[in-house]
Design a binder for this molecule. Structure first.
Ligand code: ZN
Length: 240
């Protein structure tokens, strides 16, 4: 293992996922920290593509809500409407697959979850204290999560945890203990509409955050054509 593609929150945005996979070049492993479905126009195709690429996936809150209806009451109206539609569009086999995803998974020196290790489906890790709690629970050196749709890196050195907003295309050393959130492929919320992801290079000992442009208009067209809430199309243009 050396080059790992780290993706999160694809949210049924096939156009964005295809652009990311095309820009990645060769990689040895593909990890996805949850929310494969929810919000976007192509949940089945996204799931099929990730399965075809042998992705290691953990469940997000949207995956479980779409698969089982669990947690729908926690969603805002747009998220709930999309999750109910996805539930109808997916086959029983696809729903079973999503329902069977682990909430936490480990590979080598990394533990993967969607929210946090305290609450794998639901916690938004936005503070050093929350990041520290997750790193404390991890049995591996590093953790990778998602859920906030904002790329961020929390580093622990000498007992202190610091948050950094990563600079794109800069290789950060895998030093100390890190909690890495690669941002969202399918619905970024940091004001940059481009798809966000990261590349881990375990031979070089680095993580690099990347952005890739995709045809936002095409995803918006599909959202409208499938009858999803208009708001879910609008937000993609501004990355919020
Ligand atoms: Zn999400």
């Amino acid at each position: 293992m050396s080059r790992i593609a780290l993706l999160s929150d694809v949210h049924g945005n096939l156009v964005a996922l295809e652009a990311v996979l095309a820009s990645l070049g060769p990689f040895d492993r593909l990890w996805v920290t949850g929310d494969i479905v929810g919000y976007g126009p192509d949940p089945s195709d996204v799931l099929a593509l990730l399965r075809a690429r042998n992705a290691l996936m953990v469940a997000g809150n949207h995956d479980l809500a779409v698969a089982t209806g669990q947690g729908l009451e926690m969603f805002n109206e747009y998220a709930e409407e999309a999750a109910r539609m996805h539930r109808e569009w997916l086959s029983p086999e696809e729903r079973d697959f999503l329902a069977g995803l682990p909430q936490v998974s480990s590979d080598a020196e990394f533990t993967l979850c969607h929210g946090s290790l305290r609450q794998p489906l639901w916690e938004y890790v936005t503070t050093s204290a929350a990041a520290g709690a997750t790193l404390k629970l991890a049995r591996t050196t590093h953790c990778c999560n998602g859920h906030t749709h904002v790329p961020v890196i929390f580093g622990s050195r000498d007992g202190r945890i610091a948050l950094s907003l990563p600079t794109q295309d800069r290789a950060y050393p895998l030093e100390g203990r890190l909690l890495i959130n690669s941002g969202s492929v399918g619905q970024p919320r940091d004001g940059d509409p481009r798809a966000a992801y990261a590349v881990l290079d375990t031979d070089a000992g680095t993580v690099t955050f990347r952005r890739t442009s995709y045809e936002v208009h095409e995803t918006q067209r599909r959202i409208r054509r499938r009858g999803l809430p208009e708001f879910l199309a609008d937000r993609l243009a501004v990355g919020l």
